[in-house]
Write a protein that binds this ligand. Structure first.
Ligand SMILES: Nc1nc2c(ncn2[C@@H]2O[C@H](COP(=O)(O)OP(=O)(O)OP(=O)(O)O)[C@@H](O)[C@H]2O)c(=O)[nH]1
Ligand SMILES: [Mg+2]
Length: 234
């Protein structure tokens, strides 16, 4: 998080991490497609000739608070190919929250586990305390054969403390839900660190409502979640 009171600017960094071809770039493409141009910057991608992420993808989403602060949420993906570990580590620096994009297929179990370990190793290398960086897990590609069952996802949920979301990113399913969950956790973390509610008058419900204000949430669970949050907030 970068909070610049002089320039009245808050920058939040969210990193999509995970094994190669798990669908990290696809998540950002879907978010980009569903966001009005006034609410976002360009989707910056640097790819190899075969569409593999070379450095990272970056999608900025922004809004203005009532108190006159500009909030920029920067969504990054890491390159999943094994050889790009040094790049993954650099992109991960100063992440406020991580969306871990896993492939739901059983054949991908080993890869998922290896990259889960790699994420924690790179957090340590960057001096990030793994216990302090919130993570949301997305199990993507649920349209393919041999995916984990809903019961297995439920088991992962009860085993760990991370929210677990099923997805078919190419169809947009679970993409905004993952974005919502990871931004919610990032907000809570930043609020703990910098008192966003107290100092900027920026509540959790307000923050999320503004992030999603220019994003088309129709057909997703996010609209309902936003409504629920507004109701719960004192
Ligand atoms: N069947 C299916 N294919 C998907 C899904 N999500 C992504 N894909 C496909 O999987 C391939 C890889 O997706 P990317 O988004 O480029 O994967 P990535 O994680 O960014 O890969 P790297 O940049 O190499 O780390 C593409 O051909 C996508 O169209 C999904 O939900 N189902
Ligand atoms: Mg990619």
């Amino acid at each position: 998080m970068q909070l610049n009171h002089a320039q009245r600017e808050l920058t939040v960094k969210v990193v999509y991490y995970g094994p190669g071809l798990s669908g990290k770039t696809t998540n950002l493409q879907l978010i980009h497609a569903r966001t009005q141009t006034e609410g976002r910057g360009k989707l910056l991608t640097v790819e190899t000739h075969d569409d593999r992420t070379l450095f990272f993808d970056l999608l900025p989403v922004f809004f203005q608070t009532k108190g006159g602060y500009t909030v920029k949420v920067k969504l990054f993906t890491v390159p999943g190919q094994v050889i790009h570990n040094a790049t993954r580590r650099v992109v991960l620096q100063n992440a406020d929250a991580v969306a871990f994009i896993a492939d739901s297929r059983r054949s991908a179990n080993q890869d998922n586990n290896a990259y889960w370990a790699n994420l924690h190793e790179n957090m340590r290398e960057n001096g990030l305390d793994a216990a302090q960086v919130p993570i949301v897990i997305q199990f993507n590609k649920r349209d393919l054969p041999d995916t984990k069952t809903e019961e297995e996802l439920q088991e992962t949920r009860t085993r760990g403390r991370e929210p677990v979301i099923g997805a078919v990113a190419i169809r947009g399913e679970g993409v905004l839900e993952t974005l919502f969950a990871v931004i919610q956790l990032a907000y809570r973390k930043m609020d703990e660190q910098a008192g966003l509610a107290r100092n900027l008058g920026l509540s959790e419900a307000g923050f999320l409502a503004q992030v999603f204000d220019r994003i088309d949430t129709s057909g997703t669970q996010v609209a309902g979640w936003l409504e629920q949050l507004q109701k719960e907030e004192p």
